[in-house]
Write a protein that binds this ligand. Sequence first.
Ligand code: 3PG
Length: 216
Amino acid sequence: MNTELLHNQILDEVMGAAPVIPVIVIDRLEDALPLARALVAGGLRVLEVTLRTPAALGALRAMCSVPGAIVGAGTVLDAAQYDAAIRAGAQFVVSPGLTERLAMAARQRLVPLLPGTATASEVMRAREAGFTRLKFFPAESAGGVGALKSLCSVFRDVRFCPTGGITAASARAYLAVPQIVCVGGSWPMPAESIASGDWSRIEALAREASALRLPR
Ligand code: 3PG
């Protein structure tokens, strides 16, 4: 199987495993395990740990030990971060945009990349580079569900995961669009709940989010 097909197969499994991918910014390594356990217990199995904090790679590594969790790295900007994420156990990698160098790095690795796009030209460039599973970022400020529906109607072969500003209230409209396989967001784990260790609230929010998938 060629790399592009393998990557698409993995990404389809990741994107299809839950309707919402929690986009995690983690400050304290000790929060990683209880946070991941709460999210998975609530039905959100796919976890994106953003490489924005010093604790991120350690947190990603710790979360990989949670049964049922599918853990990836977010905010991956270059090949060095891509490799660091793989070494920590990432099963997928997410980037806010796409560069030629990052596309080349993805083609040379088994762990797939879900790159960000926000415009028709960016989707066209991503398709030319071999990517048809795309993040739509920053979703709400790039036009929201209306803009993404327009992109879906043009690019029929692309499957999207919008992220950026999506809430429990707005997620449903995105998920009603067949080409929008899942959405990403931070709303299931409010910063104050992480800070206070309120894991039962996070589990409850995750349970609500995991019930958002509409019957197809
Ligand atoms: C991000 O990159 O932080 C994600 O898009 C999540 O955004 P949100 O915090 O607006 O849900």
